[in-house]
Every structure is written in structure tokens, then in C-alpha cells.
Design a protein around this ligand. Sequence first.
Ligand code: SAM
Length: 448
Amino acid sequence: MALPPALLTSLAKAPGFVQTDFEAIHEDGSQVISIRKNPKKQAVIQSHLVDSEIPWCPHGYYLKERPVFTADPLFHTGAYYVQEASSMFLWHVLNAIFGNNTTKKKVLDLCAAPGGKTTLLLNYFTDALVVANEVIKTRASILVENTTKWGADNIVVTNNDPAHFQKLPDFFDLIVVDAPCSGSGLFRKDPEAVKEWSTDAVALCSARQERILAEILPALAENGFLIYSTCSYAVEEDEAIAEWLICEMNMEPVFIPVDATWNIVETAPNGFRFYPNKLKGEGFFIAAFQKKNKTVPSAIAEQKLTALNSVEKFSVTQFCSIPDQYFYFKNQETIRAFNTYFQLELQQLAANLYIKKAGIAIGELKGKDLVPAHEFALANFDKHTIQQVALDELQAMDYLRKKDFFVEGPKGWVLFTYQNLGLGWAKLLSNRLNNYYPSEWRIRKDSF
Ligand code: SAM
């Protein structure tokens, strides 16, 4: 792959940059494939595919080759996420900052689609409120899809501009800004992107990154943490932004210890650079900061979420048992469950942001029948009281393709599972079944 000469010139002074090695690794065409397993969904990934563990992230694995992920039903159950290895370093940064202090945090993933870092945050924190935001509407739908498959319950997906979060001053304990960038770090994965790269694009991205950060910092609580990352090698988008955060925005750099054998380049003032010629991963930059000042006293509007009436509550509890710490509410016609601990925060978010998803959708009442929601099939709730039918791989693929097929089982609503993980709903009738897999997620290819 021919790299833009202006890129190579501009990187001459970038920390850790070695042009010959950098060009050689872009020439050789090799690919690093990696996944992160979902620790809440115990599934057996075919051992012949797994190469080794990713040293900076538990549950992260390098694969020997790229399988056809779409053809694996486990992929659709949210048993793992295909994620670039360098970006999983976020786990190490979180661990250095929070250690075991992981409960009840309020976390914002500001630039979240398609959801790689969100799924990591959902696993790192326990009983946290994770708000995953994506400004571009179509990408927000992919974020809903991926977080739904992950089975996350304490999640709110929003579709807002960063500036909208200023209505929530001092709200979050952690904000992750995985900023839109000029993308040079992913050239090996997406060679077409080389054509889009220019020094003008870098300058535009750098200005946009400052704007996004300036808009979002008021929503970070005093003593809260900001983690900033890009998949660009440009100093203007990496170290220069870190300098600007420290000098202009009064953020304190957070220093993270790393294992020298990982070959990650430590860079001033406090960031980390990942080069594919030095480690098994793509180009990436990450740095952490702490906010030491308070923004303004919070004066937040509240909006009541609609509570369920007794008939609705009865129908839900007849159908399933949700853990005690959840409360139910209705959003349009959908009944949802959310952790009671964050009830007030959810009201504040609902009053100020455009919410695409909050907690777990349980279903909709149609007369006396509760039509279960697909989110509920994938949620990490105990579903042992619900009728289930285990599918084999061929049946699972037929189900995911919404093909005609039939399985014996109890009549009525049935949860189809694959390797003990929820796949989706069907209604079994005497001689056919109604497939409730979401049409928009259906696998369209007949063979791989
Ligand atoms: N964090 C994601 C993950 O790990 O899967 C990847 C995020 S990607 C690097 C950057 C995201 O920022 C994109 O989804 C993009 O749509 C979004 N974005 C673009 N312009 C933005 C803006 N002005 N403000 C906030 N986000 C923006």
C-alpha cells in the first residue's frame, strides 16, 4: 500500500515513528484479527481459531484467521465482539484509574458507534449507568443493535450533539471521547481510506476534536476522569490535543503505568501511541485526564417516566421475573426495566436528551398478551421461568435468516437459544412457527 508522502513527512517528528518499519508493515498486507469475549455470556469460542491472549485486556484474544463472523450464531447472541486489539487498551487505562472501585459510576461514551468501547465499558464497570451517545442517527441504530446483542441492562443510548450534554453539568464520573479523526491508524484495515487522507483533513479533525471536548467537559463531575482517544497518528490530533486539554482546559494529566514488553510508545505529556510495526494491533492513541474544578451547580429539569398500571405490572410478572433492583416504566408502548439506583438520573437524561434505548425493553402489551421484545431475549437476565427451545447451528442460521423452518416445542411464546444463549423469540403454533427475529437484523446472505 502506497502511503501519502505528506503523511510520512508529517510523522517524521511523531514520538516513536520509524519510517522504514512503518512502511514495511503497511506493505506486507498482514491482518490482525481480534475479538473480546462477553464475560456475561459464557460461550465456547472454537479453540482452533484462537491464537493468544491480548496482554492488556482480559477477555481479549487474537485469532489465527478471520472466520465469517456473520455465519456464526454465537456472534448474533453477543457472545463476543470483533474489536481491534490496540483499542482494547482502554481496559488497562480504566484499571489504572479505577482499580476495584467500579460500582455505581455514571459513565458517558460520547462518540460511541458502533459500540466497541461501550461494550468494554459495560463489562469493566459493575452496576454502572452507561450512556452511549452517537450524533449520527444511522450510526446510533447500529449502536442500539450492538449494545442490545451484548445484553446490557444499565444502558441508555442517546442520539445527541455533544453540546446537548451541557444541560447536565457535573453529571458524569467518566467521559470517554473516542473522537472522529483522520483515521490513518486504520489504513491497514481500510486501504480505501488512504485516498481520503490529507493534511487539511487532519487540521479539520483537530479543530473538531477541540470543539467536541470543550462542549462536553462541563458534563464531567469535579474529580471526574476524561479518556481521550483517536485512531490517528497525527500529532495535531493526539499530543497537541492533550497539551490543549492541560493548558487551556485546566485538565490534569493522569499517568498510567505500562509493561515495557508491550512495546507501546509512551508520549508527552501523558499519552500512548500504538504502531503496528511495534505490536500486534493497529494505530491508536489514548490519554487520560482528571477534572479538578466544578462547572456550575446542577439545576436539572426532571421528567417523570410513565409508571406501569397494575394490569401491566401483572402481565409482566406473569411472563417473567426481573431482579428486585429493577423498576419498570413505559416508553411509548414499550415496557422497559431499569436499575432503581439510577432512576433519578434516567429522569434527568430523559428530560434533556434524545434517548434511543434505555435499560432493557421487556415487551408490549397487546390485549392481555405480552409480546416480548427482542432486547429481552438477549438481556443477561435469568430466564429459567420462560419456555425455551435449544436450536442447533443449522436451525439457528435458518432462524437468523428468517427462513421457513419448524421445531417441536411447547406452544406459545418460546425463547430460542443457541449454546444456552438467548437468540430471539418465536411463537410456536401446532404446525408452524412465527419468527420474531427483527427483520432489519436478519442475515441476508444464503451462503458464506
Ligand atoms: N467508539 C467507537 C467504538 O469503539 O466502536 C468508535 C467511534 S468513531 C472513532 C467516532 C464516532 O464519532 C463516529 O461514530 C462518528 O459518527 C462520531 N462523530 C462524528 N462527528 C462527531 C461530532 N461532531 N461529535 C461527536 N461525535 C461525532
